[in-house]
Design a protein around this ligand. Structure first.
Ligand code: P6P
Length: 320
């Protein structure tokens, strides 16, 4: 079995990017170790603080953020970082060539119930004409990503990443503390009978979305002519991984619960990296109208609607 180290060196990726990806994987390995200790490591429960999103932070949100931030800040090729848990960007090294954005702990509400959680990361090229403390550096469309990935802390710890054209999966061999290649080219099934959405928001969706989901629920007795199953993990990384492994459509559509915040998921460090992984595995990822990767970001913590997964089912949703 090929290790992450060997796989990366078998690609034509430049060595400085390889080193950064390995550093992120290594940090994910350390977070995985903490996650597996749970209550024994005093990492459960609330941190008695809120982030810029207005969300109550969990202890592990703060710990994971600090671990990744401390690792990256001191890495010479990193110019600046952005995080769901940081109000603004954190300048690092003025000679750095990469920008790194991350959601250190996605799915925090699952931490205390021993549910699936994960870390999401994305790497962009630093824009030479902008200072390292200029937030505008991070306002690049997702197509500019050099690499993206998530580390899923599930029954096994897995790293799913893309360095450009395809998406790979690595599984952590805890006996050797090494990620091992377990799927060299992930492929999302083009069709599915499984959807993933938080149904409790149904009354807040657009009429179009209520109609589309309604037809899935009608199943064989409705216009789709086949039955559908539903899953909702509460952590995007867990739902997306299921889609990567067996197909499906994951939706967090816009809704009118809060007119000031019509969407929930964050573009920079959730939607864009996941969209790169999904598209490079033959799936689709849209924001209800265009490919997420083509969106021109306007703000660091900008939110976006997300419809992603099996290509033919995403098409069915868009034409509903
Ligand atoms: P809800 C986690 O907080 C997250 O950002 C995604 O990982 C997840 O898909 C979504 O929010 C869950 O949102 O409204 O179901 O709690």
């Amino acid at each position: 079995m090929k290790t992450l180290h060997d796989y990366l060196r078998s690609t034509k990726i430049e060595s400085s990017l390889i080193e950064l990806v390995e550093l992120l994987a290594e940090t994910g390995n350390k977070i995985s170790h903490l996650v597996r200790q749970g209550a024994l490591a005093n990492i459960l429960g609330a941190a008695d603080s809120q982030n810029i999103q207005g969300e109550d932070q969990k202890k592990l949100d703060v710990i994971a953020n600090q671990m990744i931030k401390d690792t990256l800040i001191n890495f010479s090729t990193v110019a600046a970082i952005a995080s769901e848990e940081e109000d603004s960007i954190v300048p690092a090294n003025s000679t750095g060539k990469f920008l790194v954005a991350f959601d250190p702990l996605d799915g925090s509400s699952n931490i205390d119930i021993n549910g699936q959680i994960g870390s999401i990361f994305t790497i962009y090229p630093r824009l030479a004409d902008l200072a390292v403390d200029n937030e505008a550096q991070f306002l690049q469309p997702g197509r500019q990503q050099l690499a993206a990935g998530y580390i899923l802390y599930g029954p096994s710890t897995q790293l799913v990443m893309s360095l450009g054209k395809t998406t790979q999966c690595f599984t952590l061999d805890e006996s050797k503390s090494t990620f091992v290649l377990t799927n060299e080219q992930m492929q999302i099934a083009k069709d599915t009978q499984e959807f993933s959405i938080n149904m409790s928001n149904q009354r807040f969706w657009s009429e179009k979305m209520r109609h589309y989901i309604g037809e899935l629920i009608l199943g064989a007795s409705g216009s789709r002519g086949k039955n559908f199953n539903m899953r909702w993990n509460g952590a995007m990384v867990g739902d997306v991984h299921r889609v990567m492994m067996r197909g499906g459509i994951f939706l967090y559509p816009s809704d009118n619960r809060n007119p000031k915040q019509p969407a929930k998921l964050r573009l920079l460090y959730e939607a864009n990296p996941i969209a790169m992984l999904v598209e490079n595995a033959g799936g689709k990822a849209l924001n209800e109208s265009q490919s997420i990767l083509t969106i021109q970001p306007k703000a660091l913590h900008e939110r976006v609607a997300v419809i992603l997964g099996s290509a033919n089912e995403v098409d069915s949703c868009m034409s509903a």
